[in-house]
Design a binder for this molecule. Sequence first.
Ligand SMILES: *[C@@H]1O[C@H](CO)[C@@H](O)[C@H](O)[C@H]1NC(C)=O
Ligand SMILES: *[C@@H]1O[C@H](CO)[C@@H](O)[C@H](O)[C@H]1NC(C)=O
Ligand SMILES: *[C@@H]1O[C@H](CO)[C@@H](O)[C@H](O)[C@H]1NC(C)=O
Ligand SMILES: *[C@@H]1O[C@H](CO)[C@@H](O)[C@H](O)[C@H]1NC(C)=O
Length: 479
Amino acid sequence: MCLLLSFYLQYISEFQCLDSDNSSGEYTDTNQRSSQMTLPNQHTSADVERGVQENGVKKHRTTLPAPMFPRNNFSIWSILKKCIGLELSKITMPIVFNEPLSFLQRITEFMEHTYMINKACTQTDPILRMQCVAAFAVSAVASQWERTGKPFNPLLGETFELVREDLGFQFISEQVSHHPPVSAFHAEGLNKDFVFHGSIYPKLKFWGKSVEAEPRGTITLELLKHKEAYTWTNPTCCVHNVIIGKLWIEQYGTVEIMNHSTGDKCVLNFKPCGLFGKELHRVEGYIQDKNKKKLCMIYGKWTECLWSVDPATYESFKKEKKGVENKKPKQNEEEIKSENDEADDMPEIQETVQVIPGSKLLWRITSRPTNSVQMYNFTHFAVSLNELDEDMKAILAPTDCRLRPDIRGMENGDMDLAGNEKERLEEKQRASRRERAKNSEEWQTRWFTQGNNPHTRTSDWIYTGGYFDRNFTDCPKIY
Ligand SMILES: *[C@@H]1O[C@H](CO)[C@@H](O)[C@H](O)[C@H]1NC(C)=O
Ligand SMILES: *[C@@H]1O[C@H](CO)[C@@H](O)[C@H](O)[C@H]1NC(C)=O
Ligand SMILES: *[C@@H]1O[C@H](CO)[C@@H](O)[C@H](O)[C@H]1NC(C)=O
Ligand SMILES: *[C@@H]1O[C@H](CO)[C@@H](O)[C@H](O)[C@H]1NC(C)=O
């Protein structure tokens, strides 16, 4: 157990690099992949490149260049078996459990539903505004649904930029610390109507059967025209059955969205699934004023939709429902609960959201691409993130994730190249750390500086500006 624990902890903290000895490699068989899987609607790379619509707005790719490499016969056990007796530092995880995105790209997925911010900006009623912000906060974590692939850990100094004229924002992020890993990001509305920024420090915990990622760090949304700032922290994300069984994702915890001007807040409870799965993916909460008076109720599922309703209607609906449920015989939950070594399977019961009459729809998830399962369960937005065309190559910072050869290799289905490049990059990172230590040099972040969040007064990373002037002469060479 002890070995297993240290093993998995190493995996999640990823101070390790990939096992370069692929000779044993079940996962190196690339022929198998191409014979087994084909992607529907697969574009040639020529189609994908240089897609510009007539109106001048850039078209984004709708598919990945290669289907996901099958994980079928990979269990952590099968890897562990080969590692018995090896020195701990020699044990490494194959990238077959990764997805071809850097964690910096993954956090960019907060922006997928930017239209909720735009909608918030146009609301004159402050409660409606808060509702939109709450819906944005929930939508920002919706892309986690069924995404059990692990994103690549960003290298120190790695950056990711994204300009989406169609969605109305530009975004820049930087890996500002390696131990502990901290990713800072800053997004702006192209109409100068909002600023969205934060720093994420994922704290990972291993619980035997699951890995829990608590995304520490504050997220701030400023609606400039309304002179309002809202802050919150994302819910905890848990990947179940990391050792045996089928991987699945759950998010839980309380997310409090504060309006710092008034003390109004929105409290959203992401519910743990519970024994019978009744609460799976459920989100419930309310908006209250500074006197703790509930102004509106919010409910739904982060995997589906979010509704709002007035508190009185909500309460009477709940009372009625309870009356009905109490008539049913009650099962003793304690009896069923047991500690065992079996997989914690995802509960089957997944009734969808029961809409209370009089509710207003705040947000609904968009469907994923039809071939999403062969693309790591990516959303349309996620599919486009690592796209790289010639025009872009010419202007990107040399530290941009899109230029990472290991992620590019995996995206193209070349797992050997990906694995070897990942190891090379991590070794390069270690070497330059040793070099800095020898010369007593400190790492200099490039686009963010450590400071305090002006609203919460907690430690945060602040964008220093200038990225989009695109003077990249003194960017570090990390690849
Ligand atoms: C995976 O395992 C199953 C059953 O053990 C076997 O039939 C199948 O051929 C294996 N697939 C691969 C890709 O090794
Ligand atoms: C947030 O604070 C601002 C500034 O005081 C206030 O005008 C607004 O009504 C508040 N918004 C919400 C949603 O409570
Ligand atoms: C994608 O979703 C399917 C369906 O739920 C699931 O079986 C599969 O494991 C998921 N794939 C990844 C990479 O998470
Ligand atoms: C770019 O930055 C470098 C170093 O910071 C500076 O010396 C140089 O003048 C800048 N170039 C331009 C075109 O601004």
